[in-house]
Design a binder for this molecule. Structure first.
Ligand SMILES: C[S@@+](CC[C@H](N)C(=O)[O-])C[C@H]1O[C@@H](n2cnc3c(N)ncnc32)[C@H](O)[C@@H]1O
Length: 233
């Protein structure tokens, strides 16, 4: 289940770090189904354990995602644009988006338990309990100015084909920010030699244009993150 050797386990400074690593390893194990993923997160959300176990010094994906979404936008733009937070979870990314001045944010997540925590904090205008895949969501074309995905990729998580649906619901000129663990590009079969080639193909087809791609530290403990930022054409 956990993709760690004993040597790697020994390196954790705090016992709670090995616990949260086990949680992540469980929800991202090879062969996990979409439904099992959603159920696992619903249990993890109980008593806000998910948030307690992933403080900023352990997990910075929502911070990095929101900062990249806000970068280059004026205060007026941020106050008026519509944002779609995909894989919203308990709403950590919405909290950071709001701190940057975004005010109109909808959220999608297949885990009812995770979304319930976001709902209790009134973090989204609309709550959509669903998976993003290649299936058409109940959202019109060109609805959003900004789409964010903070850590929604992994084993059994968002599939490559969902990129089409993301592009469809964002307006021309709007931006899409996707952040995940960098390691996933190699370890997750769904993404290996598929995710970035598809991103490139969408660019060649004139669907979007890459603004940024960067590797950053602190995504999750000592694991690096990768961020892509695209502008929809
Ligand atoms: C690590 S959590 C990230 C939550 C939040 N964005 C954050 O940064 O705290 C991953 C989330 O992805 C959601 N998820 C998994 N598969 C998904 C899919 N196909 N579509 C949308 N969300 C999905 C899970 O339910 C879970 O809430």
């Amino acid at each position: 289940m956990a993709d760690l050797s004993q040597k790697e386990w020994d390196r954790f400074e705090k016992p709670e770090h090995s616990h949260v690593y086990k949680q992540i390893a469980t929800v991202m194990h090879k062969g996990i189904s979409q439904e099992e993923v959603a159920q696992f997160y619903s249990k993890w959300a109980d008593d806000l354990q998910y948030e307690k176990e992933l403080p900023e010094d352990v997990y910075n994906a929502p911070i990095v995602t929101a900062a990249a979404a806000a970068d280059g936008m004026t205060a007026e733009e941020k106050a008026s644009v519509r944002v779609f937070d995909v894989a919203a979870g308990t709403g950590l990314c919405s909290l950071w988006l709001r701190s940057h001045g975004f005010q109109h944010i909808d959220g999608l997540d297949p885990s009812e338990g995770m979304l319930a925590k976001a709902r209790a904090k009134n973090l989204y205008d609309r709550y959509i309990c669903d998976f993003i895949t290649d299936k058409r969501l109940d959202i019109n074309d060109d609805t959003y100015d900004v789409l964010t995905v903070s850590a929604g990729l992994g084993e059994g998580h968002i599939p490559c084909c969902a990129l089409y649906e993301m592009v469809r619901v964002v307006k021309p000129g709007g931006r899409i920010v996707i952040v995940t663990r960098a390691q996933h590009l190699e370890t997750v079969e769904e993404y290996r030699d598929r995710l970035e080639p598809l991103m490139d193909r969408l660019e060649v087809e004139g669907k979007w244009q890459k603004l940024e791609r960067k590797i950053f530290p602190g995504f999750f403990l000592d694991k690096e993150g990768i961020l892509w930022k695209y502008q929809v054409c």
